[in-house]
Design a protein around this ligand. Structure first.
Ligand SMILES: NC(=O)C1=CN([C@@H]2O[C@H](COP(=O)(O)OP(=O)(O)OC[C@H]3O[C@@H](n4cnc5c(N)ncnc54)[C@H](O)[C@@H]3O)[C@@H](O)[C@H]2O)[C@@H](O)CC1
Ligand SMILES: [K+]
Length: 477
């Protein structure tokens, strides 16, 4: 599990640790870790041209001390400050003593660029003087971001204006949520965590990794029959949208439940594609309600919600949901809106949700007393009682395609029927779905059926990589 902590939490842990350590000790730990990663990337440090972009705070200090370590090993290190009047004094002294130099402009060539412009002290979009240095980064030079790519909001992943695109981000003490949530996540490159000895409380966010997902994926025991493996009911589709039913069933068939039961007017379309589907009402261990229902189906949604089993509500099923009804349910409810649907549930605009995804998903879960999965470039999952928000690390922009959400809801519902808790079902589904999307896309547009087809391959990959470390991976860092 990759865990992430807010700036406030990191600052508090740093203060607590700093009070017990000699002055500057933490920064030396950070700089040593940073220099080690830089040296590893360079391969040969002696003679390498290293450029440091140096902001006025301690983030610049980290870069300078790391630069000093590289200079002592023979690298040619040039520091370019945003403001020559405001440079970390100790760091600058160390760099100059080690043979590094100060320059007023970014050199045209570099073997490595170190982004020490701003770290967790950054507020808002990069200011013009810092943004100007980012623009001057020599093309093709690998960029190592110090703590986080400058311009990325550490707590939310929001990016306002210019921001560094790092190849590697070396972060200190703890991951920050903004490193895991887009658009920030797509700026970090490979993530490296340097342990500086912080004692941390419960995380604010966490991202499952292959090993976590492998442990959660349901596996049939020898004595399992289809009913013990769980039956998932899919209430979806309409005369107008039969395809949504087919896609939700496609996802559900590949999610580990022993059987899929379809209820709705698209039975012919479903059976034509998947003859193994059970048709009509009957006992289920979980419901998926909503994909392609169209309007005027509130009574059927209410009926499913009255069944005392876990219910996933998606798409048209999300319309007019009553928080009181969800709160009173004896089993878990999982809501899977995209930003527009979440906005309707929260009485706000899609833009407001997209600008503040983390707080939106938390509010949604708390207000509706349900687990909430907010779809997007980094899908988020929140539990109604709070706790860390799960951030999905396997997304791809190609997943934003018609029907992709129907496959996801079928898959998550199937995992619910197999007995996973709603938070686990949602985050495992997002993970496997994202991986399948990446496999299916392989850099080209994909359609939703392909995501469903690649689910077994993604599933096998996760199992294999977790067991042998030999799968083709594909998840970030
Ligand atoms: N506090 C600690 O114990 C440790 C801190 N460390 C480093 O210190 C960093 C935090 O240092 P600081 O608190 O000094 O803050 P930063 O160095 O992250 O940034 C603050 C400085 O950047 C400027 N700034 C803020 N927003 C800006 C923007 N949008 N555009 C341009 N400039 C902006 C501010 O005027 C201020 O001078 C961490 O990210 C990490 O790199 C590490 O050395 C580990 C230990
Ligand atoms: K930085």
């Amino acid at each position: 599990m990759r865990t992430a902590y807010s700036v406030e939490t990191v600052r508090a842990a740093e203060r607590e640790l700093m009070a017990r350590l000699p002055e500057g000790a933490l920064m030396q730990r950070a700089a040593a870790g940073l220099a080690a990663v830089c040296a590893g990337l360079l391969g040969r440090v002696y003679g390498a041209r290293v450029v440091l972009l140096v902001g006025p705070g301690d983030n610049g200090g980290d870069a300078l001390y790391a630069g000093a370590r590289l200079a002592r090993r023979g690298a040619g290190v040039t520091a370019v400050p945003v403001d020559p009047e405001r440079v970390h004094e100790g760091g600058l002294r160390a760099l100059l003593a080690a043979g590094g130099r100060l320059a007023g402009a970014v050199p045209g060539r570099a073997d490595l660029v170190v982004d020490g412009l701003v770290g967790i002290g950054g507020r808002g979009g990069l200011r013009p003087a810092a943004a100007a240095l980012v623009e001057r980064i020599p093309a093709g030079a690998p960029v190592v971001a110090v703590d986080l790519p400058s311009g990325v909001d550490a707590d939310t992943g929001e990016v306002a204006g210019a921001a560094v695109h790092a190849d590697v981000t070396v972060t200190f003490g703890a991951y920050k949520p903004g490193l895991l949530i887009d658009p920030g996540a797509s700026r970090t490159g490979a993530l490296r965590l340097v342990d500086i000895g912080l004692s941390l409380p419960d995380p604010d966010a966490e991202a499952l990794q292959h090993a976590d997902v492998a442990e959660l994926l349901p596996a049939p025991a020898a004595e399992s029959d289809k009913y013990r493996r769980g039956v998932v009911g899919v209430l979806a589709g309409s005369a107008q949208y039969p395809g949504a039913a087919v896609l939700a069933v496609a996802g559900a068939l590949r999610g580990g439940a022993g059987a899929v039961r379809y209820v709705g007017p698209a039975a012919d379309a479903v059976l034509a594609r998947y003859p193994e589907t059970l048709i009509g009402r009957g006992r289920v261990q979980a419901w998926v309600v909503g994909p392609g229902l169209g309007e005027g189906r509130a009574a059927e949604v209410a009926e499913a919600l009255a069944d005392p089993v876990p219910v996933l509500v998606d798409a048209d099923g999300l319309r007019g949901l009553d928080p009181q009804v969800l709160r009173a349910r004896p089993a878990e409810t999982l809501l899977t809106p995209h930003a527009g649907e979440a906005a309707a549930l929260l009485g706000t605009s899609r833009e407001a949700v997209e600008a503040a995804r983390l707080s939106s998903v938390r509010t949604l879960a708390a207000r509706y007393g349900a687990t909430a999965l907010l779809k997007g470039s980094t899908t988020l999952v929140a539990h109604p009682a709070g706790g860390p928000v799960r951030v999905n690390p396997t997304g791809t922009a190609w997943l934003a395609t018609a029907g992709s959400g129907d496959v996801l809801s079928g898959l998550a519902g199937s995992l619910l029927a197999s007995g996973l808790a709603a938070v686990d079902a949602a985050s495992v589904a997002a993970y496997v779905h994202g991986l399948a999307g990446r496999r299916a896309a392989a850099g080209a547009p994909l359609h939703a059926q392909q995501i469903a087809q690649f689910l077994p391959e993604a599933w096998r990959d996760i199992r294999e990589e977790a067991r042998y470390g030999t799968g083709r991976g594909g998840h970030r860092a």
